[in-house]
Design a protein around this ligand. Structure first.
Ligand code: ZN
Length: 416
């Protein structure tokens, strides 16, 4: 449909400084938008009313023809858009057969009854709230003249996040990796909770998110793996690299699990055990021990000669054994048993010649998580929902802005 829009406003303005004009436009924008929406809506409504069968069925008798206009402008209703809140007319029609009256403004806009926001708008705000803090979101919108408070952005992020679901894509690669990262949670001391991510390799060599959960450290892995059981069964072969408790997947035919200690996390976990053994943070001894751990866990990737890899692993294990003995001699029992436990699973991926790429890919996903969770205070579900939206955007193609930009609309100059 082609709709002609003419806008007619009187403005009071003290000077023609560009800042003043923009300040005035900021105020006018929302009024223009209300007029713009109302004008388009009424044109469509009139058109639909002329048609033999109406777009909607009567809420009373189910008939979809024989409607008459009750009013084109009943009391106003408020709708939130990405440009702010606009006031719209409530249009009302009446069914001739049963006399039932029906408001049609929200129906035409495709907004659910009593809702003040469309799903598309909600998704846009949710994306914003997942990209940066809710406070910064509010500030940035204010800069361009949009008034929405941070709580509303938080709510959008929560609602959209809750609805997002992840699963393995059967058309993508049969390889994946699971890893976890800490999130500070209100009311939970120290390390908070662990956000666990399951990434699947794509055929083009990238990654996509196949699962996401939040729970206790070093446990609660079933929350991540359980939903994936049925899709894992659909693969002839699936190779999963993880340092989490993947026992619930072991019975699935064709699923091979490589248990790999996360080498990146290991030195950081080591700090905790050094502390338990009473080694003063940042002392000479602390740096000495930590330096050794960093050295042992650093791996050079890209090698494919098996003998070379064997050689490296042998030397690294030797060094690790020496370090364990050193710890025992000095009474660092916690550190010693931690390293002893890790020993068997440190170089699994390396000796299987899995490329370092996989590891760095999941680490990049984790950095994407951390950049958002490090700002703000979180509840468990609050953090999970925000990260769901964030990761869906960066890795699974969730992009509400793109959905808006690809609509088939065209604005013509009045002269055209
Ligand atoms: Zn009816």
């Amino acid at each position: 449909m082609t709709v002609t829009i003419s806008i007619n406003y009187k403005i009071e303005i003290p000077d023609c400084n560009i800042e003043t004009i923009i300040a005035c436009f900021r105020q006018a924008l929302i009024l223009f938008l209300s007029d713009f929406v109302n004008t388009i809506l009424i044109e469509f409504a009139i058109q639909y009313m002329k048609e033999k069968t109406f777009l909607f069925a009567c809420e009373g008798c189910g008939s979809n023809h024989g409607f008459i206009w009750k009013t084109k402008r009943a009391r106003d209703t408020r709708i939130s858009t990405v440009f702010g809140k606009i006031m719209l007319w409530q249009m009302q029609v009446m069914c001739k057969s049963c006399g039932k009256k029906m408001y049609i403004t929200r129906k035409l806009l495709d907004i659910a009854p009593r809702q003040s926001m469309s799903e598309g708008t909600k998704k846009l705000f949710a994306l914003l709230g997942s990209l940066t803090s809710f406070r910064v979101s509010e500030k940035m919108l204010k800069l361009v003249g949009v008034r929405i408070d941070k709580m509303s952005i938080w709510r959008c992020t929560q609602e959209v996040g809750e609805q997002l679901e992840f699963d393995l894509d059967l058309n993508e690669g049969g390889r994946g990796e699971a890893d976890g990262t800490g999130v500070a949670i209100n009311g939970i001391k120290k390390r908070g909770r662990e956000l666990k991510v399951f990434v699947q390799e794509t055929i083009t060599g990238g990654v996509r998110i196949a699962g996401l959960s939040i729970g206790k450290y070093e446990s609660d892995w079933d929350k991540l793996f359980n939903p994936l059981k049925s899709s894992l069964k659909a693969f002839d072969n699936f190779l999963l690299v993880t340092d989490g408790d993947s026992n619930i997947l072991k019975s699935i035919k064709g699923v091979k699990i490589l248990f790999q200690r996360c080498l990146w996390h290991l030195p950081y976990q080591m700090k905790y055990y050094l502390w338990k053994d009473g080694i003063k943070r940042k002392s000479t001894e602390w740096y000495h021990l930590l330096g050794k751990v960093f050295d042992i866990t650093a791996i050079r990737y890209g090698l494919d000669d098996e003998k070379e890899i064997e050689g490296i692993i042998k030397i690294k294990n030797n060094r690790l054994d020496k370090l364990i003995s050193y710890c025992l001699e000095n009474g660092y029992t916690n550190s010693a048993s931690y390293l002893k436990n890790a020993r068997g699973d440190m170089f699994t991926a390396f000796s299987n010649k899995l490329k370092g790429q996989t590891t760095s890919k999941v680490e990049r996903v984790m950095r994407t998580v951390n950049m958002r969770t490090k700002i703000g205070k979180w509840s468990e579900s609050g953090a999970l929902n925000a990260i769901k939206v964030r990761l869906a955007h960066y890795y699974n193609g969730f992009d509400p802005a793109e959905e808006m930009y690809c609509k088939e609309v065209r604005v013509l100059d009045a002269g055209e």
